[in-house]
Ligand binder design. Structure first.
Ligand code: ATP
Ligand code: MG
Length: 584
């Protein structure tokens, strides 16, 4: 069936919407693909819905391809299962909670681990039933703090979420790898540019979690990439390579100095360069100083603890890395009251000694290896110590990845340097293990007659977000430029000639393209050619066939919106040429 622009439910807009900042948001609204209803809540109009459905189908085909089975769970969920896993409260303000007429508590599902675990528990009882992968493509609800960029971060959005259930660790790894491969195939088919980053440092063994990040300057996720080796990771997951240890023997003894007026690292470095430079035989830099930052941890068991974090003075603490390194404890800075309660902490002059003497755990940057000498606080107001050697004068309780990662830092794989980049999360794969199957006691009878607890993985793809991601990666100043796999139509036929014969010819060509199996959008409106060309560029179909003035001479024009080329072809070759482009 040919879709006619004279009939299509579509109004393009000349101006960008006032609330739009990123290109995909502006263009998807201007081109009439989506319309805003409330913050982070959008309607899909015909063109947008076609793109969304095509993405869904690619996702569905690749999920079916690894033997996953599609089911559909409700979005309206009772409180109890989420109470069992504590997520009813842990989700905080992001959860949409509501009550029914009997005052029963409900929520709108932000993700469905609980329900899938319960569903499998309800149906399966024998090891013979496993493994199983179930998925759904469904609307999710999260009351995002900052809904942003149209459908990029919605409060209502479409996600493909799948869940694997296996009898053992090897099974879980196999299900995880099957997802990883399926995601690569689906994202390759969709034509999106992306990297796979390890989301955790793998401290718990292997890559327990990876994220797929689409390359984009408007992305909210920062990651680092080593162009030489292809290593990519979330900033939280970057492991600092430790430099070689230095022999302690023969190093000068540590010495305490009066250092008046040195409250900052910069003033301390200035002092060192005037007072103790000859000892170093080179200019002293901030990297020679050891900055001790005090934090207070709130552990899940309710206990609280003060911890010292030592990092080279030329670097800042990265709050995200610090938080990730100390999980599941919550991190806060010390209050004035905490300082008063611990008078051995001399603000601005805290050193490793007072921490050790008072039983405060001291974690240091991995660069603080045995034999490195530091300028640091001497635990007395106005005093610093120079030449404090790790492994001789102090012994840290461990290392911590808390310092910022910078452009040019060595890659953990030793094969180049790191660069910062920005991305949009399009997929996330996660070896959950027993968290949910323990909570709901999801067991089956094992081969030996004993119960086996299942191990679980969860895997998500941002399906509606992908529409915006593709628009973000593939547009120009004139409009959208859809890759073939997801374009709402294969070809956009523009009638740019008032002549009756040309109009009839265009109808004929469109009919032939349609019967050849292509999806055809025909601009049969009475508007001027200029308006029609502008709309064709804005709407972004990959092939635009223009039936214009050349028709009388047997000529038409084929524009490739994606490759940015245009060619004049013989009218009687038009159908073949379009088919070759679309199928080629
Ligand atoms: P983000 O870090 O972007 O908030 P997330 O880590 O919370 O995402 P997951 O819980 O892993 O997301 O959800 C799986 C996928 O769903 C994500 O990879 C992303 O593509 C998509 N997604 C998550 N939140 C949203 C949202 N608010 N709007 C659109 N898509 C989303
Ligand atoms: Mg995620």
């Amino acid at each position: 069936m040919i879709t006619r622009l004279s009939h299509l439910f579509l109004r393009t807009l000349r101006d960008d919407p006032a609330d739009a900042e990123v290109p995909s948001h502006k263009l998807l609204v201007r081109a009439g693909y989506v319309r805003r209803v409330a913050p982070g809540v959008y309607s899909w109009l015909p063109l947008g819905l076609r793109v969304l459905r095509k993405i869904e189908n690619v996702v569905r085909e690749e999920m079916d391809g690894i033997g996953a089975q599609e089911i559909s769970l409700p979005a309206l969920l009772p409180r109890e299962p989420y109470e069992t896993t504590k997520r009813w409260t842990e989700y905080g303000d992001s959860l949409f909670r509501l009550q029914d007429r009997k005052k029963g508590d409900y929520l709108l599902g932000p993700t469905h681990e609980e329900l899938f675990a319960l569903t499998v528990k309800g149906e399966y009882s024998s090891y013979k039933d496993l493994p199983v992968i179930l998925y759904q493509i469904q609307t999710k609800y999260r009351d995002e703090e900052r809904p942003r960029a149209g459908i990029l971060r919605g409060r209502e959005f479409v996600m493909k979420d799948s869940y694997s259930f296996d009898l053992d660790e090897d099974g879980l790894k196999a299900s995880y790898n099957a997802h990883r491969d399926a995601y690569r195939r689906m994202f390759d088919r969709l034509g999106v540019r992306y990297v796979i980053v390890s989301a955790t440092s793998g401290a718990m063994g292997g890559s327990a979690s990876e994220e797929f990040l689409a390359d984009s300057p408007v992305g909210e996720d920062t990651y680092v990439i080593c162009r030489e080796s292809g290593y990519a990771a979330n900033v939280e997951a970057v492991v600092t390579p430790a430099p070689p240890e230095i022999p302690i023997e023969g190093q000068a003894p540590a010495q305490v100095y009066e250092t008046p007026g040195t409250p900052t690292i910069a003033t301390l470095v200035e002092w060192a360069n005037s007072a103790v430079a000859e000892q170093f035989g080179r200019p002293v830099t901030a990297a020679d100083t050891l900055k001790n930052v005090m934090v207070k941890l709130q552990h899940p068991d309710g206990k609280s603890e003060i911890v010292g974090i030592g990092i080279p003075g030329d670097r800042e603490v990265d709050d995200k890395r610090l938080g990730a390194a100390l999980e599941p404890a919550e991190v806060a800075l010390l209050t004035e009251e905490d300082f008063r309660a611990n008078p051995f902490l001399v603000k601005g002059y805290i050193g490793p000694k007072a921490l050790a003497d008072n039983g405060v755990r001291y974690l240091v940057d991995p660069r603080v290896v045995s034999g490195t000498a530091w300028i640091t606080g001497a635990d007395e107001s106005g005093k610093h110590v120079v030449g404090l050697v790790a492994g001789r004068d102090f012994t840290p309780d461990g290392t911590i990845e808390a310092a910022e990662v910078r452009d040019g830092d060595p890659s953990p794989d030793g094969r180049g340097v790191l660069h910062a980049a920005r991305g949009i999360e399009i997929g996330h794969i996660f070896q959950l293990g027993y968290k949910y199957t323990d909570a709901f006691e999801v067991d089956v009878l094992g081969e030996n007659g004993k119960p086996v607890r299942l191990t679980m993985g969860s895997y998500g793809v941002g399906v509606s977000r992908m529409v915006a991601v593709l628009a973000e990666q593939m547009h120009d100043e004139k409009g959208l430029r859809w890759p073939r796999e997801v374009a709402p139509f294969d070809v956009h036929v523009v009638i740019a000639n008032k002549d009756e014969a040309a109009r009839a010819g265009a109808e004929q060509v469109a009919a032939e393209l349609d019967s050849a199996g292509l999806e055809v959008l025909l601009d049969d409106r009475t508007a001027s050619p200029g308006v029609k060309f502008k709309d064709a560029e804005l709407l972004g179909m990959p092939q635009v066939l223009v039936i214009g003035r050349g028709w009388a001479d047997g000529k038409v024009e084929l524009r490739d919106r994606f490759a940015e080329t245009s060619e004049e072809i013989a009218a009687d070759q038009a159908v073949q040429a379009v088919l070759a482009k679309v199928r080629g």
